[in-house]
Design a protein around this ligand. Structure first.
Ligand code: ADP
Ligand code: MG
Length: 873
């Protein structure tokens, strides 16, 4: 077991004065005191001194004074007697650096730095942290030793602390780098251990260029002869010629013109991907790549991990860091799976699994590690879901509502349409739930426009008629406003709106009808509906909070603002959550806790196949509206080649001149949201300058602050923009009645479900909607997949196809907020799913609260996985 270098400081020795002043100095601003040992800070000081030209400027008060004071402290960090002797020979405690000339100073410091290197190499070999060995009960030889439960938990505590250290404890990870890791949600050593490779490059499959085979994944290592920005099928990309001793090959990267800049002629590069044939010549298309340093032999002959990257993190560095992290810390991961399960399933232990998933010795071990770790994910997911379901069903009783027939029929009769059969059925399912004393937990699925909101509105009114409050939560402000307006317009058919509240009404400052409206004539009392979103002024928010708390608001529509801790409902009886996939279990339970176990209805327009719904939303019952209101137009969908782009643009022009609006969706860039935003910005500039100079074009991407996003959506919705260029963030159910064209660039990169969501944004009016899918060069399978979009208009069918063809990772995208991460597990792998469910159920039956001592580690791990969910923390 390798020692964390900095434990002694972490455990709390205060830095001496000098060190403090370094820490405060500009160069060290970024270093944090508790991340360094004496040795480490010595190194930093000396390195800084070199940088400052050996002018004795590194430390306030001079280097000698620092050393004289620090020598003893540093000495304590050295364990090996030989090194201790050498350290004493350096005689730092009596240095006279200040009196020397520059050359002498330089040599002396270089000598110490060399010795520090040696010390560090030696340290890689040591075992348990010293202070830990001193602790009673620390197992001296790892796993097998007999220790009492107390000691175990103490040790675990210790390990936890070490694993919770910030990533900056890894050599080379500066605070700047740490920020970049933070974008991948990697903040601690633990996170870094769980930064799992997406795949491996098998450099043992390296091929000479002359022997490349079409349609096979291969790796070549060669020299860049030429790299330039090129136009590939109408769009800018990068083209390079790579050569080795046996020949040359062309490599292209679509949509990534910026790569050309990083590819210097004569640089060595490794390319890994599938070779295809284009006009009789072999070409790599958008392969994985890595620039190699001079003469570097990248781990030849082994599987090299490929990590998800973010801008500014380079594969080689990340590998170096993960390697160090795994070598040092993997063994500190405490096993949490009960031994019984591990034996039954023949899983490697956790440290071995983590080690092998990063740097597998061979494919079999990598596969074993993957099996184990993905089991972990599904198992934890299942345990959490089971516990949640039990909590909700056996926890506090819910509140039975009566179905007020008069309220029902007055509402339904006021609608300008009759419910579809599917709506009727779902309504009955919901009504049946509401009348139970057990709180409803229902997932309502149905395509955009299938009429979910009407049903939800009715349920909210029924709750109000029973004297309960209702809440409707949407993922964005624009959507919340949309719901608010819709519900108000339903209400104005059946009741009379009262004038807005005036000051002096006892309700605090005036609230205008944009955020609160009162209706009379429907219920026997006034019905109040309010809109609570984050962007309201503080005082407006407070007033609403108070009104909600006093029970003066019957229906509160809003965003996350509804589940802030300041919001306390008086008597929350029903919570409706729209667009499930943007929220998660966490928000669900947060809303639940707002009331005394309210009924919960979750609505989603993303069709989730039943098998998967069982797993992910196993705590919910399922209702499906599988029928659209009659007369709904299907959106006419066409797949287009890049050459047809001009035609598409003139089509948009024509549509806009007849009063319609258009979306242009930019290709998905998987590497990072920042790159995606960049690409969208460029597309926006190009379109507004060259293609639609006469139109009002807007831009929307995920890196914009949310207030800006909301503003853009609002003005597009209000018709102030003709064309909206957007990344996939627009997918959320925004309702723009006048939008008729959905143009999707790089359509082949999106899943069918997502494309279906996109096209659900247009043709919401009586007018015909159009969806234009622009595809770059695609494989025949991808082409066939996209052709389904032209023929199939049923979201469920498309979802099933998607799953079949692409797997669930892509199906769900990255939005699974609140659920433990599924990085490895494949939800389509029914066998694994079944195994995890079985094991979880067995365990849950024997020890539902995980109270047994042998389940303590599991209990802790479960809390960690579900940490953001209130019940487990
Ligand atoms: P969803 O929430 O599923 O997207 P909505 O409830 O917002 O769907 O309904 C979309 C539109 O269709 C609304 O304008 C609504 O008034 C209308 N609508 C709902 N149900 C029907 C129906 N049965 N017949 C005709 N129009 C309907
Ligand atoms: Mg909707």
């Amino acid at each position: 077991m390798l020692p964390p270098r900095n434990v002694s400081i972490v455990l709390g020795s205060a830095p001496p004065q000098e060190l403090m002043s370094i820490l405060m100095s500009r160069d060290f601003r970024s270093l944090k005191q508790n991340e360094m040992t004496g040795i480490e800070s010595l190194r930093r000081v000396l390195e800084l001194e070199c940088k400052k030209g050996h002018a004795d400027k590194a430390v306030i008060g001079g280097l000698d004074q620092y050393l004289h004071r620090q020598a003893d402290q540093i000495r304590q960090d050295i364990e090996d007697p030989q090194l201790l002797r050498e350290f004493d020979e350096l005689n730092l405690g009596n240095s006279s650096y200040g009196s020397w000339g520059t050359d002498e100073r330089r040599r002396w410091i270089a000598g110490i730095l060399d010795w520090l290197d040696k010390l560090e190499r030696a340290k890689e070999g040591t075992s348990v942290p010293r202070h830990a060995q001193d602790r009673p009960g620390f197992p001296s030889s790892g796993e097998g030793s007999e220790v009492g439960a107390m000691a175990v938990s103490e040790v675990r505590q210790e390990q936890r602390e070490v694993l919770d250290l910030p990533v900056t404890v890894i050599k080379g990870i500066t605070p700047g780098v740490a920020d970049k890791f933070a974008r991948l949600n990697v903040r601690t050593v633990y996170d870094l251990l769980y930064l799992l490779p997406r795949r491996y490059v098998d450099y043992s499959r390296r091929k000479p260029i002359s022997e490349l085979v079409v349609d096979e994944e291969q790796t070549v290592i060669g020299t860049i002869w030429q790299a330039r920005v090129a136009t590939l099928g109408n769009r800018r990309g990068t083209e390079a010629i790579i050569g080795d001793e046996t020949g040359n090959v062309r490599v292209v990267w679509f949509n990534q013109p910026y790569l050309a800049k990083s590819f210097r002629t004569n640089a060595r590069i490794a390319i890994s991907g599938t070779v295809s044939e284009f006009r009789g010549k072999r070409v790599f298309e958008s392969p994985a790549w890595e620039l190699l340093k001079e003469k570097e032999l990248i781990h030849t002959g082994r599987l090299v991990p490929v990590y998800p990257l973010t801008q500014g993190l380079y594969p080689r560095q990340v590998r170096k860091w993960t390697k160090e992290t795994v070598d040092r810390y993997a063994r500190q991961l405490g096993e949490f799976l009960p031994a019984e399960i591990r034996t039954r399933c023949r899983f490697p232990d956790l440290p071995a699994a983590i080690t092998q998933i990063h740097y597998p010795d061979d494919r079999t071990l990598a596969e074993g590690a993957r099996r184990r770790l993905s089991f972990d994910e599904l198992f934890l997911l299942q345990l959490g879901v089971l516990a949640r379901k039990r909590d909700w069903q056996e926890g506090q009783p819910g509140h039975a509502l009566c179905v007020d027939q008069e309220v029902m029929s007055r509402f339904l009769h006021s609608l300008p349409f009759t419910l579809t059969r599917a709506q009727e059925r779902v309504l009955q399912e919901i009504l049946a739930d509401l009348q139970q004393t057990k709180a409803m937990s229902r997932l309502l699925q149905g395509e955009v426009g299938s009429g979910k909101t009407v049903i939800a509105t009715l349920a909210l009114l029924l709750a109000a008629a029973n004297g309960y409050q209702g809440a409707l939560m949407a993922p964005t402000e624009v959507l919340a406003e949309q719901h608010y307006t819709n519900i108000c317009s339903y209400l104005s058919r059946i009741s009379t709106q009262e004038p807005s509240l005036r000051p002096g009404s006892g309700q605090g400052p005036e609230l205008d009808e944009e955020i609160i409206r009162r209706y009379t004539g429907f219920l026997s009392r006034t019905l109040t509906i309010a809109l609570l979103v984050g962007s309201l002024s503080g005082s407006a928010k407070e007033t609403l909070h108070r009104a909600i708390e006093r029970g003066e608001v019957d229906i509160a529509v809003g965003t996350h603002a509804l589940i802030q801790k300041e919001v306390a409902f008086n008597k929350l009886g029903l919570a409706v959550i729209d667009e499930q996939h943007r929220f998660g279990v966490v928000q669900r339970s947060a809303l639940r806790q707002k009331g005394f176990n309210p009924h919960v209805l979750v609505m989603t327009a993303t069709p989730i196949p039943r098998t998967m719904a069982l797993t992910l939303y196993g705590d919910l019952d399922l209702s499906i509206i599988d029928e659209l209101p009659p007369g709904r137009q299907v959106v006419r969908t066409k797949q287009l080649d890049p050459q047809d782009r001009e035609k598409a643009y003139s089509f948009i022009h024509r549509q806009v001149s007849s009063g319609r609006q258009a979306f242009v969706i930019c290709p998905l860039v998987e590497e990072s949201e920042a790159l995606e935003a960049k690409a969208a910005t460029r597309e926006y500039e190009r379109l507004s300058r060259d293609v639609f100079p006469d139109l009002k074009v807007g831009l929307l991407h995920g890196q914009m602050p949310s207030s800006e996003k909301e503003e853009v959506m609002r003005s597009f919705r209000a018709g102030e923009l003709d064309v909206l260029v957007s990344t996939s963030v627009v997918e959320v159910g925004i309702d723009v009645p006048r939008a008729s064209v959905m143009m999707v660039e790089g359509a082949e990169r999106f899943g069918l479900s997502q494309l279906h969501q996109f096209r659900g944004r247009v043709g919401r009016d009586k007018e015909q909607g159009y969806c234009l899918l622009i595809t770059e060069k695609v494989s025949p399978e991808a082409g066939a997949r996209l052709q389904l979009m032209e023929k199939v208009h049923d979201g469920f069918v498309l979802a099933e196809k998607d799953l079949e063809l692409r797997g669930p990772g892509e199906f769900f995208g990255t939005h699974q907020s609140g659920l433990p991460d599924l990085k490895l597990a494949r939800l389509t792998d029914l066998r694994s799913l079944e195994l995890a469910r079985q094991e979880a159920m067995t365990l849950f039956q024997s020890d539902p609260d995980l109270k047994k001592p042998e389940h303590q580690p599991l209990h802790q791990r479960l809390s960690r996985a579900w940490s953001r969910a209130a019940e487990w923390s």
